[in-house]
Design a protein around this ligand. Structure first.
Ligand SMILES: N[C@@H](CCC(=O)N[C@@H](CS)C(=O)NCC(=O)O)C(=O)O
Length: 331
């Protein structure tokens, strides 16, 4: 559906074990994707919010209705059922990525954990990957960040994505904050290391992608500003990652399966891989980075990642919009 038709209806998109499915029509152009990381069965409300009011207070950042929000006892239960990993599809053009705009109403909260997202946002991808890795049931509301919906500031005081709505009107934001929360609340497949030293080292590795991120930003804003210093820092960042991977001697930074560092840095790796096709200067696909190359191949096959992957050409097309000043969300 395109044009006027698209503005008048809402497409629910479900991810199921068998593939992406388009669902019902729902008033205006809400874009909700229901990510059902469970194969079959009724969706479970399995988020634990009891700690929010541990000492009778909630953060001032929370909208006022959240202060009086009553969380039913049953919602406090943690899901101990870990559903099988769905063989979900890759990026599918049927998934609506346009997102809510200025006057679009807020889709009513239906009791399911919700991610306010932008389909090509690397930060929001962190939240999605953590949820996918833990196979938590959630839905996505895509947002147009050029023409932001009026209600966005009630979900994130910074008016950014990701924001994670854990109960009606109770929202947290900042990608790492959301992932830490998810990791604390859903005990299955812990993402962060338990050892404080390893945890600290992991945080340093996440910081190490700063120069990579810097080059990516320049790439989408003004590639001509990528100078020698930026490239030097960029390759130093890759060196650091590879050296650490070698030192750890494991398939992934977190061990035998991807964990916190892996998922938190992946969104930038994914984008830089796409940009390497356009710009020779940032290529790290050389014998020197053999270990990293193998790591990247293994990461791309991880179900949490592959079910949310965007093809390189779509990513590049989206970022072209930054350079031309005409950002298009629905590609
Ligand atoms: N530090 C934030 C950064 C989030 C962020 O910058 N998100 C971008 C989209 S990729 C955004 O919402 N931009 C809207 C704006 O800056 O107005 C995080 O880690 O979540």
């Amino acid at each position: 559906m395109t044009g006027a038709g698209a503005r008048l209806c809402c497409v629910f998109t479900s991810f199921t074990a068998s593939g992406v499915r388009k669902g019902g029509v729902f008033g205006r152009r809400f874009i909700i994707s229901q990510h059902r990381n469970m194969a079959g069965g009724a969706p479970k409300i399995d988020f634990n919010t009891k700690h929010l009011k541990k000492d009778g207070r909630t953060s001032d950042f929370f909208p006022s209705e959240a202060q009086s929000h009553k969380i039913p006892e049953r919602q406090w239960q943690l899901s101990t059922v870990i559903p099988p990993v769905p063989e979900t599809p890759q990026f599918d053009r049927a998934v609506r990525t346009a997102g809510c705009v200025l006057r679009d109403p807020l889709p009513p909260f239906a009791g399911k954990l919700r991610v306010y997202n932008m389909r090509y946002c690397p930060y929001a991808q962190r939240t999605v990957l953590a949820l996918n890795a833990k196979r938590v049931d959630y839905e996505v509301v895509n947002v147009n960040l050029v023409d932001k919906p009026e209600w966005l500031t009630t979900k994130s005081a910074f008016a950014k994505v990701p924001a994670l709505e854990i109960a009606d009107g109770v929202t947290i934001y900042e990608s790492l904050v959301t992932v830490n929360y998810i990791d604390d609340v859903y005990p299955q497949r812990p993402l962060r290391a338990r050892d404080p030293l390893r945890r600290a080292q992991d945080q340093i590795l996440i910081e190490a992608i700063g120069p990579l991120e810097n080059v990516l930003i320049k790439m989408v804003r003004a590639p001509e500003t990528i100078d020698e210093a930026a490239l030097k820092a960029y390759f130093k960042g890759w060196d650091l990652l590879q050296e650490e991977l070698k030192k750890r001697g494991t398939s992934f930074f977190s061990g035998n399966e991807p964990g916190y560092v892996d998922y938190m840095i992946w969104p930038w790796i994914e984008r830089l891989l796409a940009f390497q096709k356009k710009d020779e200067r940032i290529k790290f696909d050389t014998p020197k980075y053999k270990l990293l190359g193998e790591y990247i191949q293994k990461m791309a096959k991880d179900p949490a990642i592959s079910q949310y992957a965007v093809p390189d050409e779509v990513l590049l097309k989206f970022f072209e919009g930054f350079i031309s000043g005409n950002i298009v969300y629905e590609l």
